[in-house]
Design a protein around this ligand. Structure first.
Ligand code: R5P
Length: 309
């Protein structure tokens, strides 16, 4: 086994501490500073020569700062003759920018992948990616873990037997099917039209929801707009109650209040992103630290991750 070292970026210190503790590792010594002009400085304070380096850094908000910090970290390790550099991104910022909707747009998820490679990152580990194609943007090994089994285990005791798993749009059907299979529940699908970056409109519903508790799933909740629209369409179709589950709880602006006001009783998210305030007491945060520690334990021994899927 190659000697390894785990460095915690500043994006999610609580998760990094939980992962390293579960792994029985001491985080590598480093300093991260932001200069008054906004530039990022990283100093690696111990030798990484020839070692496997794991950089734990979700690229969550502030996304640009956290992406840049990851790149600077990798560059510092590369220049200090690290062996392999592994980026562990429990949340991959810009993953939604995975295609062009018009002719003059960036595919920023691809650009970020190429920047990571240029900075010296050899391998990426992430969690419930927005779309599978993002894996192909990185020209090297890429492992995508899933928090669905962890979330299902946490919510199973709180779901009634007549619940139905709902995909909020066609793009989430695969993820919703994974939930439905694990929870042994039926599936319903909404079809939505995106009207702007923050507004969507539900146009169709396939499946039976009348009188049932809907478990609406998504990969991420940003402003909550998608889910509020989903709840409204499901209520119009006679649904009785609403639970939400998403791996990445960005929960920006007043997303939690909006969802609570819409009638969402419970909102399951992981700690891939530092948990936001929960003034309405509806958020249940499920930790992915054991999952990430398990994955790292396998990786540091060059063992398969198959048992995690
Ligand atoms: C979109 O395709 C994603 O899977 C999410 O549904 C979306 O990004 C959530 O954003 P918001 O909460 O702002 O509607």
């Amino acid at each position: 086994m190659t000697e390894y070292i785990v460095f915690a970026g500043t994006a999610n210190p609580a998760l990094a501490a939980a992962v390293t503790e579960a792994l029985g590792a001491v985080p590598g010594s480093c300093s991260v500073e932001r200069f008054p002009d906004g530039e990022t400085s990283v100093k690696v304070l111990e030798s990484v020569r020839g070692k496997d380096v794991y950089l734990l850094q979700p690229t969550c908000p502030p996304v640009n700062d956290n992406v840049m910090e990851l790149l600077v970290f990798a560059d510092a390790c590369r220049r200090a003759a690290a062996g392999r550099i592994h980026a562990v991104l429990p949340y991959y910022g810009y993953a939604r920018s995975d295609k062009r909707h018009g002719r003059r747009e960036s595919i920023t998820a691809s650009m970020v992948a190429l920047l990571m490679r240029t900075a010296g990152i050899d391998h990426v580990v992430t969690l419930d990616l927005h779309t599978d194609q993002v894996e192909g943007f990185f020209p090297g090994p890429f492992d995508t873990l899933t928090a669905v089994p962890t979330l299902c285990a946490a919510m199973r005791p709180e779901l009634p037997v007549d619940a139905v798993v709902v995909s909020p749009d066609a793009g989430r059907v695969k993820l919703a099917t994974e939930y439905a299979t694990r929870l042994d529940l039926p599936l319903a699908v909404l079809h939505k039209r995106r009207e702007s970056g923050t507004r969507t409109q539900v146009t169709h519903l396939v499946g039976e929801v009348e009188g049932r508790t809907c478990l609406i799933i998504d990969d991420m909740i940003s402003t909550g707009g998608t889910l509020v629209e989903s709840v409204s369409a499901l209520r119009d179709a006679g649904a009785a109650a609403f639970t939400v589950s998403a791996t990445h709880g960005l929960l920006l602006r007043n997303a939690v209040e909006r969802l609570a006001d819409a009638g969402v009783e419970r909102l399951f998210v992981t700690d891939s992103i530092p948990p936001r305030e929960d003034p309405r007491g509806i958020v249940r945060v499920v930790s992915v630290a054991p999952l990430l520690a398990h994955a790292l334990r396998q990786l540091v021994q060059d063992r398969s991750l198959q048992e995690l899927f």
